[in-house]
Design a protein. Structure first.
Ligand code: ASP
Length: 329
């Protein structure tokens, strides 16, 4: 039987046209489908235009709206395709991984580096591949882009212009999409249920602080003042500069969560290797990202801190793997 897929469109370059103010989303969901008529041979599509935004302007409120939209339509469809600008797509994919858990139906995000009505655009292939993957029935949230399928908690935008814009960081690609076929699918076991768990709250008082040599402890304290959760993008395997350690301790003493990640793209942290990591990890109640991306850690903290501020519970939830976001410890 022909599958029913709900296309939720949010804007992005995929739907953009040149305006007198520069590129901006102009094409609505129906128009996107008109550019790729082959999609109609795969499934029956219904569309919802949720918003028309450059993804620069996407906020956690929109993540919650997307979640509500999927929850309300969950029973009626076999899968969900989300078109989205590429700039914050990795954050949205990560957020949906925590807001929609254990979905047996696919929720697949895509976008494009070039507008769909531009010659040679990457958009038609990305859109077709995304529908193909959604129809395949692989549950959970994922990203299809540039001929590859990426676990939602490991997508990262690496290029501002190239079609292969996204990489899967610290996790293998879930599959490749070549010549209208899904190839080399990774045999992953997802936890899925008939009725996924939907969540409706996020604590947006979360920020990322990237260390640079010489940045003052006062600057770190000032940023932390406005948050309940802070991700410290430290160096290498998780080195925290000596001149920031006391400030981190003070932030934790004020009841805030600090999670240490790294500015280095691949291979994550291991704060037990160097003395500059160990001293912070031993003395302070910090969390560690290990193989998590900053995008996933930020979204996860927003999800956790909306539920609890109890440090032990925050740690338990943060360290519990969800949607492949971190290795089982
Ligand atoms: N600025 C655009 C956006 O994120 C870029 C894109 O979609 O490729 O909406």
């Amino acid at each position: 039987m022909c599958k029913r897929i709900l296309l939720i469109a949010t804007g992005g370059t995929i739907a953009a046209r040149e305006t007198e103010n520069g590129l901006a989303p102009q094409l609505r969901a129906e128009a996107l489908l008109d550019f790729v008529p082959e999609i109609q041979t795969l499934c029956r599509v219904t569309v919802i235009q949720l918003c028309e935004l450059d993804s620069t302007d996407i906020t956690p409120d929109i993540w919650l709206k997307i979640t509500d939209c999927i929850e309300q339509n969950y029973a009626q469809y076999d899968g969900f395709v989300l078109t989205h600008g590429t700039d914050t797509l990795a954050f949205t994919a990560a957020a949906l991984s925590y807001l929609i858990q254990e979905s047996e139906k696919p929720v697949v995000l895509t976008g494009a580096q070039n507008p769909i009505d531009t010659g040679g655009s990457d958009a038609p292939k990305n859109l077709f591949d995304t529908f193909l993957y959604a129809v395949s029935g692989a549950g959970g949230v994922s990203v299809v882009f540039g001929g590859r399928v990426i676990a939602s908690t490991h997508a990262k935008k690496l290029y501002t212009r190239s079609a292969a814009a996204f990489a899967s960081v610290n996790f293998p690609y879930l599959a490749e999409m070549t010549d209208g076929e899904i190839r080399n699918a990774l045999p992953v076991q997802r936890k899925t249920k008939n009725n996924p768990k939907f969540y409706h709250e996020l604590n947006t008082r979360v920020a990322v602080f990237t260390c640079i040599p010489g940045v003052s402890a006062n600057t770190l304290l000032a940023v932390a003042e406005t948050c309940d959760g802070l991700i410290l993008e430290s160096y290498g395997l998780g080195g925290v500069p000596a001149y920031l350690v006391d400030a981190v301790g003070e932030i934790i003493k004020r009841g805030k969560t600090v999670a240490v990640g790294t500015q280095v793209l691949y291979e994550g942290t291991d704060m037990s290797v160097y003395a500059v990591g160990k001293r912070a990890k031993t003395d302070l109640e910090i969390l560690e990202l290990h193989d998590m991306t900053t995008e996933a850690a930020a979204a996860k903290l927003m999800w956790i801190l909306a539920q609890t501020d109890n440090p032990a519970e925050v740690r338990r939830l943060f360290e519990t793997p969800i949607a492949f976001d971190r290795l089982e410890s």
